[in-house]
Design a binder for this molecule. Structure first.
Ligand code: FAD
Ligand code: HEM
Length: 410
């Protein structure tokens, strides 16, 4: 781990780096894209750059990693590394690019901190960078080799076989393979990166959770249009929903993602809005597997009209002998569904939770934080709660200190 020579230097400079890390991350990306504009075409998500969420996620991850090296050197923040490695693998990041990121990151550190970066300080942070980089490179190498691919062969062309309007704002894309090559399996809960050519000629990557179990021929995902309000509308979601039609081709990565179903124990799914998508994928897998486990499906939405994939989800609940569902509608309990429907926001007070369950959360951050707190109040262990964030994970930094080693829980 960190050498005896570097440890006191990192301890002494961590507060200064942490205070400036977002500025460092911002200048790093500006410099990186100036030097390597090709990374803006198909690799980086320009929506996350505009919102600054990727800059914040990179900054938080480096700060968390460095402080764990000094505070708990015996355990690395495994779940943080695993989330990043899966995201990188879904974008086909190659090990050679770590040198490029290194050079641009250290340029930004010197640009922001100036003379404070003595040769001794630079050497200590260099050591931190490469410890983190090699941890990621090794995990990514493992992910690629387990699938028998290289970074540049994670991509494959698929054809839109069906386009289904689920709700006013959500469209499901059922993709069919375009050749006879084997379709590699996904784990329930995983996502693909879809690389979409935009009207300005730049390819934009976005992740979408798989909503159906594998059938060796298709991949299925559902896209919610992002309405901008006073900001720009989401470019890829609106483009896919409006312009991509049956017969068109799209480039998809292999499935990756570390929030995957443990189907050896009771399960509770809690989702809100479009957060239903990974739950639909996991439920579909449980149906295919003929599961008899206790399964509790909890979903919150605005109203019945906005509950995407509701028919699929409730059909699957009906096929699973151990499954039950509760639904909450913010606009009131008006419903024709044959399950418990409540008015208002999700409230777990009257919900019976199975013993020794694994919990999966997906939805807006405040929703997940509220449900996680309610579960912990009910005695659920944080290590039994996993969550999926539909964007760069800005939650990890707050939670990393309360994790058990080796578990990527909420
Ligand atoms: C693991 C994972 C799984 C996911 N699964 C799903 C799924 O199953 N279904 C689904 O619908 N989505 C899913 N997502 C989200 C999806 O990947 C996209 O983030 C989403 O579709 C929005 O993309 P977009 O291009 O439409 O929006 P973007 O164009 O990226 O915009 C995103 C936000 O940035 C703002 N913005 C953009 N440009 C600017 C600017 N210049 N100034 C200020 N603000 C700006 C927009 O207003 C918007 O609020 C998932 C994400 C992850 C990480
Ligand atoms: C030690 C080095 C690195 C660290 C600490 C790091 C950290 C991160 C983090 C925290 C995320 C967000 C993960 C999430 O979704 O929650 C991320 C995403 C990403 N990283 Fe890295 N990364 C490193 C190296 C690289 C390299 C070498 C590349 C190649 C150019 C790269 C390209 C990307 C891309 C394209 C994304 C997705 C960005 C987005 O969707 O906005 N990273 N990385």
């Amino acid at each position: 781990m960190l050498s005896d020579r570097s440890r006191p230097v990192i301890e002494a400079t961590l507060p200064a780096v942490a205070d400036n890390i977002e500025e460092i991350a911002t200048r790093f990306y500006d410099h990186l894209f100036g030097e390597h504009p090709e990374l803006l075409d198909g690799t980086f998500n320009r929506g996350n750059q505009a919102e600054k969420t990727q800059q914040m996620a990179l900054a938080a991850s480096v700060a968390v990693f460095a402080s764990s090296l000094v505070k708990t050197p015996e355990e690395l923040p495994e779940h943080l590394l695993s989330r990043i490695a899966h995201k990188h693998a879904s974008l086909g990041i190659a090990p050679e690019l770590y040198d490029v990121v290194h050079d641009n990151l250290f340029w930004a550190i010197v640009d922001v901190l100036g003379d404070a970066v003595t040769p001794e300080v630079a050497a200590a942070w260099d050591e931190v960078y490469w410890l983190m980089a090699f941890a990621l490179i090794n995990q990514e190498r493992g992910l690629y080799s387990a699938r028998g691919v290289r970074p540049d062969t994670v991509w494959r062309e698929w054809e839109v076989a069906e386009k289904i309007q689920e709700t006013d704002d959500v469209v499901t894309f059922r993709m069919r393979r375009t050749d006879d090559r084997l379709v590699r399996t996904s784990l329930p809960g995983q996502y693909v990166t879809v690389q979409v050519p935009m009207p300005d000629g730049v390819r934009q990557p976005r992740q979408y959770s798989l909503t159906r179990a594998d059938d060796a021929e298709h991949r299925q995902f559902s896209v919610k249009r992002v309405r901008g309000g006073d900001k720009p509308d989401g470019e890829v979601s609106n483009h896919l929903c409006e312009n991509v039609q049956v017969g068109d081709r799209l480039t998809l990565s292999l499935p990756f993602g570390d929030v995957v179903l443990d189907d050896s124990r009771p399960v509770v799914f809690a989702s809100a809005g479009i957060g239903v998508t990974p739950m639909a994928g996991m439920l579909s897998h449980l149906v295919e597997a003929g599961s008899h486990l206790p399964i509790t499906v909890l979903h919150a939405d605005l109203d019945e009209g906005s509950f995407a994939l509701r028919q699929q989800v409730l059909d699957d609940v009906a096929k699973l002998p151990g499954a039950s569902a509760h639904v909450w509608y913010e606009n009131g309990a008006h419903s024709t569904l044959p399950v418990d429907v409540h008015g208002g926001i999700m409230n777990l007070d009257d919900v019976k939770l199975p013993h020794d369950a694994g919990y999966y959360l997906c939805g807006p951050l405040p929703f997940m934080q509220g449900i996680r707190s309610a579960l912990i109040d009910r005695g659920v262990s944080p290590r039994d709660i996993q969550y999926e964030v539909f964007g760069p994970d800005l939650w990890q930094a707050d939670l990393v200190t309360e994790q058990a080693p080796g578990r990527h829980s909420a």
